[in-house]
Write a protein that binds this ligand. Structure first.
Ligand SMILES: NC(=O)c1ccc[n+]([C@@H]2O[C@H](COP(=O)([O-])OP(=O)(O)OC[C@H]3O[C@@H](n4cnc5c(N)ncnc54)[C@H](O)[C@@H]3O)[C@@H](O)[C@H]2O)c1
Length: 358
């Protein structure tokens, strides 16, 4: 029997979710909801979804879905996640940014725990084929023990025409692409012991930061650089590709533009093509993102069947959120941060400020 789902928020990015669910055997969307009725109706008509709602509470009470896919922007995440958990959904998916504050994130994690729901955050970058291949080679020991990493996302692509709210957002790039990169750096290099960050506001049409550079020290002793910019010319444009470099005591892995993965070892250089396939509903150059959404949704199906645990869970994503908040604080105050886990579990994280050695 198919898992029954509903989707909340029929805006720009929801098209990827809607296409993905439609193509996934084993799951079906039975209803969509948007406070803008026209958007909900258009999505239902385009993707063949039987019912339309403008009130998520009414939809959840009537549909009693197995899973809820929340694709709204961050201000509505906490009330919608809490609502979905109370409604008895087995799996609740929340788009990033999970939350804007640690308190909101912890409240959502608590709501899921109280309801026995699995909360999974839509961090699709770690589900991109190129990054899965990179992780596979790292875990396989092909470069030995890593001591340096760099994750990078730099572009001049006009994201503002389809997501105009981004240009108005006071906290922009770290909460947009930065969260994905912080999730990746934790996923590849482990937890972070110290972080500093500098931000820049370069494009005059943008209110918040559209460039940031962060330097991290991991608990393993490794260091990493995470940097992103929406004001970087590159020809040809490589949006939406993430580039990466990881150096270890036995070699170096590089993820280069054009989905080329390079392995440098004392024996020489090997290059692999790790370009994702284009989903039947997708097109280049968006296939890297589209393929990752499809892979993420297959993973959600595995969670629903009891075959997998959320990657990443809400609990895990609190630590990524903590890095983003620490990055903003570091950029504002000019000092670095040591994350200090508190309490018995990994959920509660605060930051103490420590002056960096300058
Ligand atoms: N993972 C990725 O790669 C990726 C890429 C782009 C956007 N996103 C994220 O996806 C989310 C949505 O972004 P978007 O660009 O599609 O935004 P959008 O503004 O185009 O769409 C959001 C939709 O949610 C609706 N909505 C808001 N509150 C609601 C509520 N309480 N109930 C029902 N509907 C409600 C709005 O009317 C709107 O149609 C954001 O959190 C964004 O960061 C993720």
């Amino acid at each position: 029997m198919k898992q029954r789902g509903v989707l909340i928020g029929c805006g720009f990015f929801a098209n990827n979710h809607l296409n993905g669910w439609k193509s996934l055997p084993g799951a079906e969307l039975v209803a969509v909801c948007d406070i803008d009725q026209e958007k909900a109706e258009q999505a239902a008509a385009q993707y063949g979804i039987p019912r339309v709602y403008t009130d998520a509470a009414v939809m959840l009470a009537e549909e009693k879905p197995d899973f809820v896919d929340i694709v709204t922007t961050v201000p509505s995440h906490r009330p919608l996640v809490e609502l979905a958990c109370r409604a008895g959904a087995k799996v609740v998916i929340c788009q990033k940014p999970f939350a804007e504050t640690q308190a909101d994130g912890e409240a959502m994690v608590a709501a899921a725990e109280a309801a026995g729901a699995k909360l999974v955050i839509h961090e699709n970058f770690r589900w991109q084929r190129s990054l899965i291949e990179l992780k596979h080679r790292l875990d396989d020991g092909q470069i030995g023990t890593p001591h340096f990493a760099r994750f990078q996302f730099r572009t001049h692509y006009d994201i503002y025409s389809k997501q105009p709210y981004l240009a108005q957002t006071e906290r922009f790039l770290i909460f947009d692409v930065g969260l994905h990169l912080f999730d990746l750096v934790r996923h590849f290099m482990g937890e972070v012991a110290h972080l500093t960050c500098q931000t820049q506001s370069l494009n005059p049409i943008v209110r918040g930061e559209d460039s940031f550079t962060s330097l991290l020290r991991h608990t393993s002793g490794a260091v990493s650089v995470v940097d992103a910019s929406y004001y970087t010319w590159h020809s040809p444009e490589i949006f939406p590709q993430t580039l990466a470099r990881i150096e270890g005591d036995a070699g170096t892995l590089e993820l280069l533009e054009g989905y080329r993965l390079r392995l440098h070892t004392p024996d020489g250089l090997e290059e692999f093509d790790v370009e994702p396939s284009v989903p039947s509903w997708g097109e280049k150059p968006w296939h890297g993102v589209q393929d990752s959404v499809a892979r993420f949704q297959s993973h959600v199906l595995d969670i629903l069947k009891g075959h997998a645990e959320p990657q990443p869970s809400g609990v895990d994503n609190l630590k990524t959120l903590a890095l983003a908040l620490a990055a903003y604080d570091s950029a504002q105050t000019g000092i670095g941060h040591d994350p200090i886990p508190l309490g018995s579990g990994p959920r509660v994280v605060i930051y103490s400020s420590v002056a960096t050695d300058l």
